[in-house]
Write a new protein. Sequence first.
Length: 169
Amino acid sequence: MTYENSCVAVYDEHLRVQEALHILQKNDVNTTNLSLLGKGEGSGTYSTGLYTRGDQVQYRGAQRFFWEEMWRYLPGAAFFWIPTVGTVVVAGSLGAALVVALEEVVNGPDVLGAALYTVGVPDDSVIGYEKAIREGRYLLVVQAEQNEAERVHDLLLSSDVQDMALHLG
């Protein structure tokens, strides 16, 4: 199910993301409505990629254990190179939204913005979120009905969030 309401939280470290997910799980937030986006490595130090082995998603790169843990929590995995951002790793349902955006935008630089727009993120916020990913931060995106999006926002205030916005449709 898609919702026009979302809460987007920006974290500067993967440990902060894990803490935020634990807060949400402890408070019975439905994880099928969560997605995480982050920058894949591209430094030349590590070979980086995503593949499946049986029904498990595997990641190769410096953050292997982090991303593989995220895919256990958040069903859905994707790995893209986007011209305006670089490599983007996704856990959760926004991976499918990126695929749809790729098909509709035809590999343009606006593919990430188009995917975020489908979950209620307004155009004027997309540039900031793209910049956050480009700079190595993480976006935790929650798609929900208005009351649940507001509850998630309030719960995440207790986490070490760098920036957060509630986008209500």
